[in-house]
Design a protein. Sequence first.
Length: 635
Amino acid sequence: MSIQITFPDGNVKSFDAPVTGLAIAQGISPGLAKKAAVIKVNGELWDLTRPIDRDASIAIVTRDKPEALEVIRHDAAHVLAQAVQELFPGTQITFGPATEVGFYYDFAREMPFTDADLETIEAKMREIVKRDLPITREVWDHDAAVRHFEAAGETYKAEWIREGIKVDEELTIYKQGPDWLDMCLGPHLPSTGKLGSAFKLIRVGGVYWRGDANNAQLQRIYGVAFATDDELKAYLKQVEEAEKRDHRKLAKQLDLFHQQEEAPGMVFWHPKGWAIWQAVEQYVRGVYRKSGYQEVRGPQIMDVSLWKKSGHWDNYQDNMFFTESEKRTYAVKPMNCPGHVQIYNAGLHSYRDLPIRYAEFGGCHRNEPSGALHGIMRVRAFTQDDGHIFCTAAQVEAEVTAFHRQAMQVYADFGFTDLSIKIALRPEKRLGTDDVWDRAEEALRAALRSAGVEWTELPGEGAFYGPKIEYHLKDSIGRAWQVGTMQVDFMMPERLGAEYVDEASQRQHPVMLHRAIVGSMERFIGILIEHHAGALPFWLSPVQAVVAPIVSDADGYATEVCELLKDAGLRADTDLRNEKINYKIREHAMHKIPVIIVVGRKEAEEKTVTLRYRGVEVQETVALADVVARLKALG
């Protein structure tokens, strides 16, 4: 039997059926077969060794392609599982998917894994890779799979099949060598040897079976994996640098904020940390003014009836906090949009009034899982630089385009120039019809086209009420962070009764644009701290200058200099301790003060100061009358 295989360039060749992707790759060149990871058959990824028995369009996927990287990481998870079971007989396996940078596997075992165990397991993984065990795919029926896993003592696997897979549904099983196997959708590499050496185990964590705290606790081993050793080395170097920049460590070192168990996912801001907050807030407030926003303030809690109308009750209540008073249930706001609609609805609006732009540094609370909390990057209580624009459909493109240009300038001012833009499209759980979503998504595309930028699209990742543009910035060590958003919402104005009177004196619902540039203030400040490794730019530094006298005779002059700087609006302090000047300089350098101002008897007599700039060896002596202008020129 002959089948027709269509290649990406349009060429068609005949093969005797069945034929494997590996055989096709070898027929093209041995080099391609060596680099091949999987094959794409009619758009679906298959194992290279899986027989193709019908006409198909194919593409060989090599190791350097993103699709192959996910397969490599999934293979690493399976090799991890085999290594654990060889080393620790009786350990049950559950599930082990690929992740954004690696893989993990969940195990049921009474004894906890230790750091020493991880080293032993990783060594065993490398041994399994060296064995170059063939990876083969088999199809089993439901009952055979249940019988096998029950007989093997794999109760978790057996439970999953019984409860989660239909009796008439086929199961795919992947074997590594003759003895080890796991249930998996695949695809996988042809053999364990194809995994290579670019993987590393990093830590152990605890999770619950099927994500339910009422179920048994499992142990999760995490690892990272890449296509090449160089990529792994680069990643590990980035992790090492990230640990040095960890905002939680720097917050303690620089006395910025702290968190404690009595307020999980919330922040206690110290004076220096709050100074950074105020610098960011006042900057953003200036952007509001220049862009025609009116600042407003809404209540922190509102009756659940409002949240039912807005759609949050049906689509978001698991993430909300609730409270009761006088037999009424209230929700602590997880976002500011319904409150802004109430402010809009307090008056009658004409089409001539639109667009109306509201802005608020709105405090929000979201019931994030405790395991997801991470310093001030992922919290339960946060403040957004939130804004909402009420406009006509015809005004959407211009408003989104203007916002885009505004956001790009803001990111540049904070030191971020490497950005990518994405559009998050309709999720499965959503409000509105497909027609409404079509219009909303196309409005965002049109605005970005108008701004002359490229973007990628994220199917299924939009908010339940509308699609959104996401701004992802890269920090100084190459990590990507999602910060600002712009969302088009046709639903909430209608659900909450927002209207305007059009040119024909008819009442219409406005379009609502949800926008934020820095997003969560807490998270953005955490990003800033890590991006700059705590050495914030002069204009953002909590203490911009410290005046340090060489001798106590210059204390009075140091105080005079400091007061001059404070009167000019600079954040300055004095260090009048009875310590040697070199000790003071070292300590303030460790606290990443941008400018240390040294004064002694000579400076006091001549009315000068000596400036020591952070990271610069050369000192500069300037007249006292010029020091304010010199410092303000730093930003």
